[in-house]
Design a protein around this ligand. Structure first.
Ligand code: GAR
Length: 201
């Protein structure tokens, strides 16, 4: 079976969307473990309820050792709020993806919703990308765009983006599990052709 390890630090709403998609068959695979660097992360409770193994680990080396044992096909960062080092990202290159709450390459790093509002943007969104050593700079697989409304706050915008994330992330994981998305020589391939722009979900 296609095994998926999910790394979290908090709520785990994206983790839940992925678990749900494995249960309803839209992802052909299973979440084999949830790893958190925070013992109080609510996502661990979601894993427990779903009967999925949970681990609380800190540091790249401890996580890499656990993953080496588990040998998942895919490692999914879902609100994992620590930066992974180059040794880790190289070890799992092509099997490591992240979701980021902006239309990359815009707004790498933190506080993306406030920055999009401050810039007067009229659209915003989220991106799923392969993870490389440079933070939030790996090849983008797919994005979802949402409108920014005149009265948005960073909270209202965040909830609109998160709703988009919960559609986007399971879709990208489903494509990876089906072998439709691959990373080859730093380029994203979809259905055996190189992507020239991120897929729009
Ligand atoms: C998500 O919105 C994700 O895009 C963001 O954290 C949230 C986690 O929510 N990730 C980052 O900011 C990565 N730098 P969740 O725990 O409910 O899935």
């Amino acid at each position: 079976a296609y095994g998926i390890a999910v790394l979290i630090s908090g709520n785990g709403s994206n983790l839940q969307a992925i678990i749900d998609a494995t249960h309803n068959g839209s992802i052909q695979g299973q979440v084999s473990a949830v790893i958190s660097n925070k013992k109080e992360a609510f996502g661990l409770e979601r894993a427990r309820k779903a009967g999925i193994a949970q681990a609380v680990l800190s540091g790249d080396d401890a996580i890499a050792a656990y993953l080496q044992d588990l040998a998942p096909q895919l490692i999914v960062l879902a609100g994992y709020m620590r930066v992974l080092g180059a040794a880790f990202t190289h070890q799992f290159a092509g099997r490591l993806i992240n979701i980021h709450p902006s239309l990359l390459p815009a707004y790498r790093g933190l506080n993306t919703h406030a920055r999009a509002l401050a810039a007067g943007d009229t659209t915003h969104g989220c991106s799923v990308h392969f993870v490389t050593p440079e933070l939030d700079a790996g090849p983008v697989i797919a994005q979802s765009t949402v409108p920014i409304q005149p009265h948005d706050t960073s909270e209202s915008l965040q909830s609109r983006v998160q709703a988009a994330e919960h559609r986007l992330y399971p879709q990208v994981v489903a494509w990876l599990a089906a072998g439709r998305v691959e990373l080859k020589e730093d380029q994203v391939w979809f259905d055996q052709s190189p992507l020239h722009a991120p897929l729009q979900v």
